[in-house]
Ligand binder design. Structure first.
Ligand code: C2E
Ligand code: CA
Ligand code: CA
Ligand code: CA
Length: 280
């Protein structure tokens, strides 16, 4: 009825208002967390499937509020993108990752690369790119230790500008991975156009390799596409032995997932890396 409709609208707008308030509260808290240096990075190893040795780690941003509440990155990154705070977060992530690379280098860990996630807004922000170069120079780091993960949404941006930035950064040795491949808007012409080095299969396809033959076929096909384009293929979200065997069989290059290693603090990475590379 009409009155019910009215009521449900009232209820709906209250829910929206509450959500807006929550967003505003998160935005204010996030702003403060950035100022207080309360964001930190955890690192998840990626292994070379031929040697099972750790070759790089993905930096993942973490935010724990003062009362202990953990806000997942999917939530705060989205809000940060809407409010512009994402540039400040990118600045923090870049500074921390470069400092970490320098620390590991100084501790004798010289063959470990870090990948960082940059959203489209971050990647096309020239001040942030300049900050990245400054950090490399400041710590005297070789860019080959840095991999930038971009998502398919980069295909919706100005492709000439994106390519220009990639080529400029590649001159320092920085390489690029296309993240969550197959999840959204995938265009083969863009795959060819952009100077990419790695393709990361979205974890949704791997989740079902055991139970669904079509998912298994898609995962296998993505590995082939990557190889045919001259890219190294990374499987993420590896959660069990079946998946691991599957991607090995189809010659996937690298793997990342809870079954191998969880995201960890830098000290844990250092000890696991050293144990993993001990030559006995
Ligand atoms: P992503 O780039 O696809 O990162 C991989 C996500 O998968 C991470 O979630 C990781 O913890 C999770 N993961 C790792 N292994 C497994 C597994 O075996 N199974 C499953 N189900 N998940 C696994 P996390 O850390 O919650 O990050 C979520 C997303 O937030 C990231 O997805 C990325 O898009 C974004 N994000 C995280 N840190 C940053 C950052 O510093 N900057 C930007 N722009 N985005 C970030
Ligand atoms: Ca990623
Ligand atoms: Ca991903
Ligand atoms: Ca993702």
């Amino acid at each position: 009825s009409k009155s019910l409709g009215k009521n449900s609208f009232h209820f709906y707008s209250q829910a929206l208002e509450k959500e807006a308030l929550t967003q505003l509260a998160i935005e204010q808290e996030l702003r403060k967390a950035i100022e207080d240096n309360a964001l930190h990075l955890v690192y998840q190893p990626k292994v070379d499937l031929r040697t099972m040795k750790i070759v790089s780690v993905e930096a993942l941003c973490r935010w724990t509020q003062q009362d202990g509440t953990v806000v997942p990155p999917d939530v705060f990154i989205t809000i940060a993108e809407q409010t512009g705070l994402i540039i400040d977060i990118g600045c923090v992530v870049i500074s921390k990752a470069c400092l970490q690379l320098a620390k590991w280098r100084d501790a004798g860990i010289t063959e470990l690369a870090i990948s960082i996630n940059l959203s489209c807004i971050e990647f096309q922000n020239e001040a942030l790119i300049a900050h990245l170069i400054d950090c490399l120079n400041h710590h005297q780091l070789e860019g080959k230790y840095l991999i930038i993960e971009l998502t398919e949404s980069i295909f919706m941006e100005d492709k000439f500008n994106v390519k220009d930035i990639m080529l400029r950064l590649n001159q320092y040795g920085i390489t690029f991975a296309l993240d969550d491949f197959g999840k959204g808007y995938s265009s083969f012409s863009y795959l060819q156009f952009l100077p990419l080095h790695y393709l990361k299969i979205d974890k949704a396809f791997l989740q079902y390799v055991e139970s669904s033959s079509s998912s298994a076929a898609i995962a296998k096909t993505i590995i082939d596409i990557g190889h045919n384009l001259g890219l190294k293929v990374i499987a993420e979200g590896v959660e069990g032995q079946f998946m691991l065997d599957y991607i090995k069989t189809y010659k996937c290059d690298l793997a990342q997932g809870f079954y191998l290693y969880k995201p960890m603090l830098p000290d844990a990475i250092a000890s696991i890396y050293l144990a993993n590379h001990a030559s006995v």
